[in-house]
Design a protein around this ligand. Structure first.
Ligand code: GAR
Length: 196
């Protein structure tokens, strides 16, 4: 039986679109839900246009009550029968309770070559450090921020004159190749690392 994949987004959802489009034919998974923490997330309309159910759990309604926010996330995810969670530009830090509940079933894509540049502003930091290479990483999510086991990476050169925007665009093209490839492997039960 196909694995059911929920994709969590906060913004435009361009990675989400690539993941949804990849889950066809003999792929071992199918999308069951696109879940946003922001009702203004542009990816929601894209998911609907692709025929994927959507839901919003607005973190702002929970104020400082992270446990309450995450309990509602889990309720919605369980209601949609999610087996695998893909974080795709989901910009909320998840607490240990949520991560433990979904551990071994949750992936994230991060726009750096982890363990370098965890957190935000990865491209600006890579340029400022004079890196010759940048890239992206798909990893399993653990309670350590951007710290779970690496499932795959893709690399790009940092070119003379790059700005955070030009580098981000070059990395994003690789994100679109890497994340679907790793999700397919993961849904097949393959946990070994595979780089592009
Ligand atoms: C992507 O570049 C993703 O790697 C990054 O946000 C962007 C989302 O774009 N994720 C993080 O920075 C996670 N810390 P998208 O909404 O168009 O897929």
């Amino acid at each position: 039986m196909s694995k059911r994949v929920a994709i969590l987004i906060s913004g435009g959802g361009s990675n989400m679109v690539r993941l949804v489009e990849s889950m066809v034919g003999d792929h071992p998974a199918r999308p069951c839900l696109v879940l946003a923490n922001d009702p203004g997330a542009g990816g929601l309309a894209k998911a609907s246009a692709l025929g994927v159910p959507t839901a919003v759990v607005d973190h702002r309604l929970f104020g400082p009550d992270r446990a309450g926010f995450e309990a509602e996330l889990t309720r919605v995810l369980v209601a949609h029968g999610a087996d695998i969670l893909c974080l795709a530009g989901f910009m909320r830090v998840l607490t240990e309770g949520f991560v433990t509940r979904w551990q071994g079933r949750m992936l994230n894509i991060h726009p750096s070559l982890l363990p370098k540049y965890r957190g935000l502003h990865t491209h600006a930091r890579a340029i400022a450090a004079g890196e010759a290479e940048a890239g992206c990483t798909v990893h399993e999510v653990t309670a350590e921020l951007d710290g779970g086991p690496v499932l795959g990476q893709a690399r790009v050169p940092v070119l003379p004159g790059d700005t955070p925007e030009t580098l981000a665009a070059r990395v994003l093209d690789q994100e679109y190749r890497l994340y679907p490839m790793i999700l397919r492997r993961f849904a097949h039960g393959q946990r070994g690392r595979a780089d592009l």
